[in-house]
Design a binder for this molecule. Structure first.
Ligand code: NAG
Ligand code: NAG
Ligand code: NAG
Ligand code: NAG
Ligand code: NAG
Ligand code: NAG
Ligand code: NAG
Ligand code: NAG
Ligand code: NAG
Length: 290
């Protein structure tokens, strides 16, 4: 269940939640999804093995929403870009990441798309950012209140700006995505199948290496998991679109504003989006707000 931080539905949902006894949800985890992009994105959320019944919503620049992932949830979150839900071609409702004809996903996202992947356990969670299906927008995943490795997953830049020309996807002359080498050339060597079907035989290509340069903490080809899947036991997660790993992330929780950054001290004036988000009406006491 995804709900927008500023929507009255959120309030309604919270009150229903509280009325029905929050204990049931004790081990659920909040994933706050933030749009740091300059354009609107339409996040898509699907649960593993259930891609025909997903969620989706709209996030304007600076907006955030909270997704309550039930205990043991395993699934993926990505950004759809350039959507037009009046378009009757369900495979191309959005310029990238389409997952059916409407706001709630009814299928897996179309390629190319950067994907945040989660497997939440009672104690241990696993998460990563994957470029195995290509790239559309930078993603950053950061845990809060975690024990374990808990490092920030994702990108330091925008691969659309350095995508090898053979892999680019363009709309109106603008690069809107970067396809994976597997998707583009459909060769066993890039797709890690056939005689390249395991970790010992499938290696990074010059393509996947160029992906890894921009997104060092992301999986860049099928057998790249060992360097990119992060193990952590966290209370909540932040998924930020178009944020880089060194960006300050703030989380509004229990009437307090928690800010953090991965490297050194940084003045708040650099995190322009923080102020943008703070300018939104704050719905106090409700989960996580930026
Ligand atoms: C999308 O799914 C949510 C439940 O996850 C539901 O509340 C919402 O009404 C749905 N939206 C549309 C447009 O069907
Ligand atoms: C879900 O999918 C994974 C891999 O895609 C598979 O290993 C697993 O058995 C599936 N689980 C169910 C309940 O279908
Ligand atoms: C889709 O829309 C186009 C024009 O936008 C129209 O010509 C076509 O008949 C529509 N197709 C369906 C199946 O509705
Ligand atoms: C729908 O969009 C897909 C992807 O852009 C395209 O390949 C397909 O031809 C389109 N179908 C129709 C009926 O326009
Ligand atoms: C974050 O890192 C990128 C590239 O590594 C750099 O261009 C950018 O200026 C950094 N941003 C901040 C706020 O330090
Ligand atoms: C990767 O290598 C191939 C030849 O093996 C070359 O054609 C291509 O330009 C290279 N791509 C990048 C991104 O360096
Ligand atoms: C955390 O996990 C990542 C991904 O597996 C790894 O690259 C990094 O070195 C680990 N950090 C620590 C401190 O163990
Ligand atoms: C900020 O990050 C550091 C190291 O990652 C951590 O020790 C600290 O508790 C974090 N602070 C907050 C307020 O989350
Ligand atoms: C998640 O956030 C909602 C409000 O958005 C809150 O009611 C709920 O208690 C939070 N769940 C957890 C596990 O923090």
């Amino acid at each position: 269940m995804a709900h927008h931080s500023t929507s009255p539905l959120t309030l309604l949902f919270i009150f229903i939640l509280m009325a029905s006894g929050a204990k049931m949800y004790a081990r659920a985890k909040n994933i706050t999804i933030v749009n740091v992009c300059k354009e609107t994105v339409w996040p898509g959320v699907i649960t593993q093995n259930n891609s025909y019944q997903g969620d989706g919503f709209t996030l304007k620049p600076g907006q955030s929403a909270s997704y309550d992932a039930p205990s043991g949830w395993s699934g993926r979150i990505w950004a759809r870009t350039g959507c037009d839900f009046n378009n009757n071609n369900s495979t191309s409702t959005c310029q990238t990441g389409s997952c059916g004809p409407s706001i709630n996903c009814t299928g897996p996202g179309s390629l190319p798309a950067t994907i945040a992947e989660f497997t939440l356990g009672g104690d241990t969670d696993f998460y990563d950012v994957s470029l195995v299906d290509g790239f559309n927008v930078p993603i950053m995943v950061r845990p809060f209140g975690g024990k374990g490795n808990c490092s920030t997953a994702g990108c330091d830049g925008d691969l659309r700006q350095s995508c090898p020309s053979e892999l680019t996807v363009k709309a109106n002359g603008k690069v809107i995505g970067c396809r994976s080498a597997c998707d583009t050339f459909n060769r066993d060597q890039f797709c890690c199948r056939g005689s390249y079907g395991d970790q010992a035989t499938c290696f990074p290509s010059n393509y996947s290496s160029s992906f890894k340069q921009v997104c060092p903490a992301a999986s860049s080809y099928a057998f790249d998991d060992s360097t990119s899947v992060i193990t952590c036991s966290a209370e909540q997660y932040i998924v930020a679109f178009c944020a880089s790993r060194n960006q300050t992330v703030c989380s509004y929780h229990d009437n307090k504003l928690f800010c953090n950054q991965s490297k050194g001290l940084k003045s708040f004036s650099q995190s322009w989006w923080l102020f943008l988000v703070l300018a939104l009406p704050l719905t106090l006491n409700i989960g996580v707000i930026f």
